[in-house]
Design a protein around this ligand. Structure first.
Ligand code: FES
Length: 569
C-alpha cells in the first residue's frame, strides 16, 4: 500500500476524514492509489530570489497530473539571504527541520523541492535526506546579467568591489547608488558563482535534479519545460522507489567536490555538503574536499574568481560541458534521480564559448579546489579557496590585528591611527556557529581605509565565520573550533606573528604552545558568546556542531525515514 493510501484508503472514520477534507475539486479517483506528490515550495515575497517559484510550481503540477499523480503545493520555510537577520545560516537547520517534519507528517509519496536562494536548496536536501521519500530538486535558476556603465554587474561580487572603490575614493557615492537599480535585472538568484549558483549546480551533480536542468536562467522558458518534466519524473520515481538514499552516495558527493573545484564554486558548499551527507550517514569528511578537489583545475571563468556570469555559462554549454572535461575524475556509478548514472548524460555536451568554459588541457588555473588547513590556530581545520586568493599571499607571515566582533571591526577599521600595514593579518573572531550565533558571511572583512587609499586590494584575513560565495580574497574561514567554544583563536593577541602556508596546509601562530594554552581567552571574544534566553536561538546555540562537520544540530544528524506511527484523531 502506498504511503498516501495509508491515509486515504478504507471505509473507516479516519479515512473518511482524510479524504473528505481534501476533496475540494480533486478528481474522484485522486484517492484510489494515485501518487501524491508534494511540491515543497520556498516561494516568498521576502525571498526575492525565489519569488518566481509559484510559477515554476504550476508547471511541476502539470507534469505530475500528466503522469497520473496528484500534485500538492506545500509552502515551506523560506530564507532570503539578503533579508533575514542576523544571518540566513542561523535558520538553515530550522528550515531543514521544519521541512523534514512536514514531509513526514503529511500523506505524500514523493516530493519536488523548489529552491534557489543560498540556504534553500541545502535545507531542502537535508530534509529530504532525513525523510528519504522519493525527492527531486528544481533549482530556481540564476537571474539575467545586468549592466552598469556598459559593463556587466555581478550580484554580490560587484557590490563588494564598488563599495571598496567608494571607500578608496575612486568612485563617488552618487555613482555607487546609481548602480543599485542595474544590479538585479530579472527574476532568479545571484548570477555569480556564489552559493546559490553553486548549490543549484551541485544538486544536479549529486544526482538530485533532472539532468541538464541546473543553471537554466530563471526567466528562460526551458526552466518551465524542465519543471514540467520533473513533475512527471517524480511520479515515476515513486513507482520505481528511487529515494535520496539510492542517489546520494559517497561517489555522488565526491563528484560534487570535483565539480565544486572545476566550477570555482562557493566555500559554503563545504558546510552544506557535509550537513547533507550527515543526514544520510554517508562517510564524508572535510579532508575529502582537499584530497579529491584540490588538484582539480578551474575551468569556468565566472565571477568572483573570473569574469563572466551564469547566463554566459549556460550559453557556453552549461554544467554538462564542464563535467565532460573532468569526466575521468567522476564516479561512473553515481546515479541520478532518473536511475541512470550522471556520466551517461555527458556524451553530447559541447563547449560553445571557450572563453567561458575552458578545456581540461587549458584551465584557468591548476589545482583550484578548496584547501583544508590545520595548525595551532585551527586544530579541527579551516578552509581557504586558493583560486579566489592572491598568489603572493598564499605563503605569508605577518602580525595579527585582532577584532573581537564585527562591531569591534566596524568601530576601529577606518581609524587613521590604526596600527596596520599590508603585511598585517586581520583576524575576526566571535563569528562561528555558536558565537554570532549562526556563522555569518563576514570572513571577507573589508580592508582598512588607509590601506585601500594606498592601493592595497588584498590582505590575509582569518575568521571563524563564513564568506559569501560572491566574495574573493586571501581569506581563511570556518576556523574550528571557533573562538566562542574555546578554540585557540580566542587566545591570539594583536602583534602575534601568524604563519599562513597554504602549499603545506598550515595555519599557525608563532607563540610557544604552552604559552598559548596558558593564556586566558579574550574576555571580549568570550563575552560575544551570550546564551540566548529562549526559542530557536537557544536550541541552536546549545546543539549546533562546528563547521568542520557541517554545522548541523547534533540531534538532527541522521535520518528517521518516512514512517509515522500514529493516527491524528
Ligand atoms: Fe539570493 Fe544571492 S541573495 S542568491
Amino acid at each position: 500500500m502506498s504511503r498516501s493510501s495509508q491515509w486515504y484508503s478504507g471505509t473507516d472514520r479516519n479515512a473518511y476524514i482524510h479524504r473528505a477534507w481534501m476533496r475540494r475539486g480533486l478528481p474522484s479517483d485522486a484517492f484510489d492509489g494515485r501518487p501524491h506528490i508534494a511540491i515543497a515550495n520556498t516561494a516568498s515575497d521576502l525571498t526575492p530570489c525565489n519569488m518566481h517559484l509559484d510559477e515554476v510550481a504550476e508547471h511541476v503540477k502539470r507534469g505530475v497530473w500528466e503522469a497520473g499523480g496528484v500534485p500538492l503545493n506545500l509552502p515551506v520555510v523560506s530564507l532570503g539571504e539578503t533579508q533575514v537577520r542576523p544571518t540566513a545560516m542561523l535558520w538553515r537547520n530550522m528550515a531543514a527541520m521544519a521541512v523534514e517534519e512536514m514531509l513526514r507528517a503529511n500523506p505524500i509519496d514523493g516530493v519536488v523541492l523548489l529552491g534557489g536562494c543560498d540556504k534553500t536548496i541545502p535545507a531542502l536536501l537535508m530534509a529530504a535526506a532525513s525523510v528519504d521519500l522519493p525527492a527531486v530538486v528544481v533549482p530556481g535558476g540564476p537571474m539575467l546579467t545586468g549592466h552598469f556603465r556598459g559593463v556587466p554587474l555581478g550580484c554580490g561580487t560587484d557590490v563588494w568591489k564598488l563599495s571598496e572603490e567608494v571607500r578608496a575614493g575612486t568612485l563617488s557615492q552618487a555613482e555607487f547608488l546609481r548602480s543599485e537599480s542595474s544590479m538585479i535585472r530579472s527574476k532568479g538568484h545571484c548570477n555569480t558563482m556564489g552559493t546559490a549558483s553553486t548549490m543549484g549546480l551541485l544538486a544536479e551533480v549529486l544526482g538530485m535534479t533532472l539532468p541538464g536542468l541546473a543553471g537554466t536562467p530563471a526567466p528562460d522558458s526551458r526552466l518551465l519545460e524542465g519543471a514540467h518534466a520533473t513533475g512527471a519524473l517524480a511520479v515515476e520515481m515513486v513507482a520505481s522507489g528511487r529515494r535520496p538514499s539510492t542517489v546520494l552516495t559517497r561517489g555522488s558527493f565526491l563528484n560534487a567536490i570535483v565539480a565544486l573545484a572545476a566550477l570555482g564554486g562557493s566555500t559554503n558548499a563545504v558546510v552544506h555538503l557535509l550537513a547533507i551527507a550527515g543526514r544520510l550517514g554517508v562517510d564524508l569528511h572535510q579532508d575529502d574536499f582537499d584530497r579529491t578537489g584540490s588538484g582539480v583545475p578551474l575551468l569556468v571563468d565566472l565571477q568572483p574568481a573570473g569574469r563572466f556570469l551564469m547566463e554566459d555559462l549556460y550559453r557556453a554549454g552549461g554544467l554538462h560541458a564542464v563535467l565532460r572535461e573532468v569526466r575521468d575524475l567522476l564516479d561512473p556509478h553515481a546515479r541520478t534521480v532518473t536511475g541512470r548514472p550522471l556520466v551517461d548524460y555527458l556524451a553530447g555536451a559541447r563547449i560553445h564559448d571557450p572563453a567561458v568554459i575552458r578545456t581540461h588541457d587549458r584551465p584557468l588555473r591548476q589545482d583550484a579546489g578548496i584547501a583544508i588547513l590545520y595548525g595551532d590556530l585551527a586544530p579541527d581545520g579551516a578552509v581557504i579557496k586558493p583560486a579566489a586568493a592572491s598568489a603572493h599571499l598564499l605563503r605569508h607571515r605577518g602580525p595579527a590585528l585582532v577584532f573581537d566582533s564585527i562591531e569591534d571591526l566596524r568601530a576601529r577599521l577606518d581609524d587613521p591611527d590604526l596600527d596596520v600595514t599590508a603585511d598585517s593579518v586581520l583576524i575576526l573572531r566571535g563569528c562561528g556557529p555558536k558565537g554570532y550565533p549562526g556563522m555569518p558571511e563576514v570572513a571577507n572583512l573589508p580592508l582598512p581605509a588607509k590601506l585601500l587609499a594606498q592601493g592595497v586590494r588584498d590582505m590575509v584575513r582569518i575568521c571563524d565565520g563564513r564568506m559569501s560565495g560572491t566574495a574573493y580574497g586571501t581569506v581563511v574561514l570556518h576556523v574550528a573550533p571557533e573562538a566562542a567554544s574555546g578554540g585557540p583563536l580566542a587566545r591570539v593577541r594583536t602583534g602575534d606573528m601568524i604563519i599562513l602556508d597554504v602549499p603545506n596546509r598550515r595555519l599557525d601562530v608563532d607563540v610557544p604552545a604552552a604559552e598559548l594554552a596558558a593564556r586566558e581567552p579574550s574576555p571580549a571574544a568570550v563575552k560575544a558568546f551570550a546564551r540566548p534566553a529562549r526559542g530557536w536561538q537557544r536550541l541552536y546555540v546549545e546543539t549546533v556542531q562546528q563547521a568542520n562537520t557541517g554545522a548541523d544540530l547534533d540531534f538532527l544528524i541522521g535520518s528517521s525515514g518516512d514512517h509515522i506511527s500514529r493516527e491524528s484523531h
